[in-house]
Design a protein around this ligand. Sequence first.
Ligand SMILES: NC(=O)c1ccc[n+]([C@@H]2O[C@H](COP(=O)([O-])OP(=O)(O)OC[C@H]3O[C@@H](n4cnc5c(N)ncnc54)[C@H](OP(=O)(O)O)[C@@H]3O)[C@@H](O)[C@H]2O)c1
Length: 343
Amino acid sequence: MPAATNADASFLLHRFFREYRTSVFIVGSTVVAAWLFNKLWINHRFYPSKQSMHNKTVLITGGTIGIGYETAKDLLQRGARVIIACRNLNKGRNATSRLLSETDANEDSIRLMECDLCSLESVRNFARLYNEQEERLDILICNARLSWSSPIITKDGFNAVIQANYLGHFLLTNLLLNKMKKCRPSRILHVSSELHAGIESIDWSDVFTQFRNPHWHGAYPTSKLFQILSALKLKQDLYAERIDVFALTPGWMPTSIDGRSVKAIIWLAFILSYPFVRYLKFLFTKTPEIGAHTIVYCAVEPTLEQSNHFYFQNCTVAQPSSLAIDQIVAERLWKTSLEAVGL
Ligand SMILES: NC(=O)c1ccc[n+]([C@@H]2O[C@H](COP(=O)([O-])OP(=O)(O)OC[C@H]3O[C@@H](n4cnc5c(N)ncnc54)[C@H](OP(=O)(O)O)[C@@H]3O)[C@@H](O)[C@H]2O)c1
């Protein structure tokens, strides 16, 4: 009986290949081509330098998962002391034990500190503790993000995505500037996104609430635009102080953006588009390790010291949108932000 079943199966398989030979060939070669494209093009730009980071202290927001985690891991391997600012200490503890097991770092090289970027009070408490207890801050990496979220307003009265990605980092940076000045040359990195380029104008009457935001990605692209604009203003202000400021985009990665976006997209549309989205990801996404390379490059590359370059992608200089480098808009946003966070 089993012999007959095997013979049937082999016959059916044989027949299937005979009848659908061309289709099988086309699908197979498309998948192989897509795989090669992803490995040899999308994931081929990386930062090979072994530049040491001994005696440097790095503060990274959102280092518990995704690109932030991979960045923390890379910098630990280079000998840096890494402080992870996170809103969920349980997640943070899991991340630090993984980091300790995956690197040669010892417990003194990693510190976890609570900081919820959606709360100005939490950011102020964090900065006070940091300034009191930590001696150095050589590199600040503003990496944490909320991606798609329904238009939630925080207790401070701002759109949650805008506050987590932009205003929280804005306040944090300003409160830690004196510490960075003591460690110069130091660096501030803003991890932004290509999606900023989709924003063509700013509605100043709704700037941090985003009630009238029409974008299908919600407030996320605007928050990423604001990060670049504030980095532009800071770069000019801090150049003479030998604090370098860079903005960058790590590329497209299959990180937690997926889980949250599912909630935001109507489920039927999601199911219908799922195979297509999976295919696009297979083709175009980087691994988080490779995505972290542009951050690490901007954090450690010695030739970037006092560099006029500002925006990076794929470990090389890139061009942000024209709105993102508009000086007048950057000045106006800076002033409006100072008022919003009470500085
Ligand atoms: N993934 C991509 O395809 C992509 C593309 C372009 C740009 N980027 C940029 O790359 C950076 C990292 O992206 P990712 O994909 O690695 O992100 P992710 O996987 O979504 O991780 C985000 C991190 O931010 C933290 N976070 C969220 N809200 C916070 C808050 N209110 N206070 C403190 N921490 C908070 C999260 O903490 P919890 O664990 O507690 O949630 C998590 O550690 C982001 O700036 C993103 O905009 C990513």
